[in-house]
Design a protein around this ligand. Structure first.
Ligand code: ADP
Ligand code: MG
Length: 474
């Protein structure tokens, strides 16, 4: 996948002028983040980092990723309803990983009391890289699926205009027309709206669980705005507010500041640092309620790396999606090598292989949000340390995907434009809604392309490593 923008990337003066135009257009379109200096205020904002040019993505892989999204929606939903599978899969992990254990504990409590929720809403994003194969083509390989707080659907709808602008300035109108339109936040909002409607109380609102310091607020606002346009009101509250002012009535209907809540949408609660004791109590209260949680606790657990690894085991997809061999084949085709590190021979073998070939593997703990994985020498040292301890079961090992690098120019506030060797990660947004046992919505609703310099092994846009991009289909 050569870039195709080769000569353009060499003309420094032209790049500088193009970058100025691109940044102004990004600001005008609302490709915005709050600053790290003032993450709770919108008084001063800046543009979200992005590539100057769109990056090439084979059309066939884009289509494949879109097609398999409805299968991933079904799969996540099936896992979330399968308490036996979740318990078996996570049993070794929760012994050693206190965060997953805490989530699992809430899951068990909710099951014991009986699930009050009747409408289930999944908003997820499945992420992929393009593995370079021996014959020189590229294969779509899943990195992970995000079942909680999958972000950048709002900003991703605003970046196509920026790349079209850059290409139009260069007189490349044909190329500009190839940039796909994209509106994930509209689709995500449609899912929330459907769940709200099925909840069936005209005065109920949507509760967005937000962080106090939220740089990515404009991404969230895009969804809020879509809902308001449908006359559905969203209130933003922190977990702390829920513990102070949230309550359940005798039917376990959820009230916040006296206002009934139909849907709870989490943009918080996916990392250990998001929870104080009080916040865990608030999460439990929300989970016990009959409001549609996005995600409910079981669906959050379905998105753990341990579950991802277990899904790749022979026969597991077949048992979770019986009678759907085509969906199973589409899903399996996107799986990279995934290895359990549970104590035992299978885990021992995986560790030996990874220590012998460190550049071919990634060591992953049960964490979200970027910057947690271990690579290379650091991975080897951790494996040596973990080898004889039960703690190793809180990690999984994954084959490292090696996409073919290409050149692009990365734009970040406060830094000069930088032409570097890059790799991209494609995300597809999926939405599903289930009422009782009936699936009433299952769709893909758009994409996100993020690109980063190859020297960074890990980390997304929020972590300050990747930047927003658009696929240029080839
Ligand atoms: P997180 O939940 O923290 O986002 P990910 O599994 O998405 O965890 O990993 C974070 C980043 O690490 C990815 O965005 C990707 O850049 C890199 N990464 C993860 N897994 C692999 C892999 N198997 N091969 C290559 N890079 C990977
Ligand atoms: Mg990720």
């Amino acid at each position: 996948m050569a870039t195709g923008w080769g000569s353009l990337l060499q003309d420094e003066q032209q790049l500088e002028e193009l970058a100025r135009q691109a940044v102004d257009r990004a600001l005008a379109e609302g490709v915005l983040l709050r600053t790290s200096q003032a993450p709770s205020s919108s008084d001063v904002v800046s543009y979200a980092p992005f590539t100057l040019f769109p990056s090439r993505v084979p059309s066939a892989l884009l289509e494949q990723a879109y097609a398999v999204q409805v299968d991933f929606n079904l799969l996540v939903d099936a896992v979330s309803q399968n308490a036996v599978f979740l318990e078996r899969t996570l049993s070794s992990t929760i012994k050693r990983d206190s965060f997953t254990a805490r989530l699992f504990d809430i899951h068990k409590q909710v099951l014991k009391e009986g699930i009050a929720q009747t409408v289930f809403l999944g908003l997820n994003r499945s992420d992929y890289m393009f593995q370079c194969t021996p014959d020189g083509s590229a294969a779509l390989k899943q990195i992970e699926i995000n079942t909680i707080s999958a972000s950048f659907g709002g900003l991703a709808s605003r970046t196509p205009a920026v790349h079209r602008h850059v290409l139009s300035v260069l007189g490349k109108t044909k190329e500009a027309a190839k940039i796909l339109s994209n509106n994930p936040s509209k689709g995500l909002a449609m899912g929330i709206a459907k769940a709200w409607e099925l909840y069936g109380s005209a005065n109920a609102q949507v509760l967005l669980i937000a962080q106090e310091k939220e740089r990515n607020i404009f991404d969230q606002r895009a969804i809020e705005n879509e809902l308001l346009a449908r006359n559905i009101h969203v209130i933003r509250r922190r977990f702390e507010d829920v513990s102070e002012k949230g309550s359940l009535d005798q039917d376990r209907r959820l009230f916040m500041d006296g206002q009934e809540i139909a849907v709870v949408y989490f943009r918080d609660g996916y990392m250990p640092s998001h929870y104080s004791l009080q916040n865990w109590e608030a999460r439990l209260l929300l989970e016990r309620s009959c409001a549609a949680k996005c995600p409910d606790i079981a669906t959050q657990l379905a998105g753990t790396k341990k579950v991802q690894q277990e899904l790749s085991r022979v026969g597991v997809l077949e048992s979770l999606l019986p009678g759907q061999p085509e969906a199973v084949a589409r899903l399996r085709a996107t799986f990279a090598g995934l290895y359990s590190l549970d104590l035992g021979e299978e885990g021992d073998q995986a560790i030996t292989k990874a220590i012998a070939a460190p550049s071919s593997f990634v060591l992953k703990p049960q964490r979200e949000g970027g910057g947690n994985n271990l690579y290379g020498e650091e991975m080897v040292q951790s494996l040596e340390r973990l080898k004889d301890s039960e703690e190793r079961a809180s990690y999984i090992l994954m084959e490292k995907i090696e996409p073919e690098p290409f050149k692009n120019c990365l734009l970040r506030p406060g830094s000069p434009a930088r032409v570097v060797q890059c790799i991209s990660e494609l995300g597809i947004f999926g939405v599903y809604v289930r009422e009782g046992k009936t699936l009433v919505m299952n769709k893909h609703v758009g994409h996100l392309l993020r690109t980063k310099a190859i020297e960074h092994a890990d980390g997304g846009v929020a972590a300050g490593v990747a930047v927003l991009d658009n696929p240029y289909p080839v």
